[in-house]
Write a protein that binds this ligand. Structure first.
Ligand SMILES: [Zn+2]
Length: 62
């Protein structure tokens, strides 16, 4: 396991323990993601959250 930094383009940073070896830069994080989803309709946002979780879940596994 490695200590990495999960960094968003909104400048939010998260320290993570991950099997992933390099720091990760994403276009959207949990913080600005929730900000986004509040603006969208519920069905749309829940779908996006699922996609988002799917996309990043391996970073947070274990
Ligand atoms: Zn962000």
């Amino acid at each position: 396991m490695n200590k990495i930094i999960f960094e968003c383009v909104c400048k939010e940073k998260y320290n993570l323990i991950s099997t992933y070896k390099n720091n990760i830069i994403v276009n959207i994080c949990f913080k600005c993601h929730s900000f986004f989803t509040k603006k969208k309709n519920f069905l749309n946002s829940s779908l996006k959250i699922k996609k988002f979780n799917k996309k990043y879940e391996f970073f947070f596994s274990k």
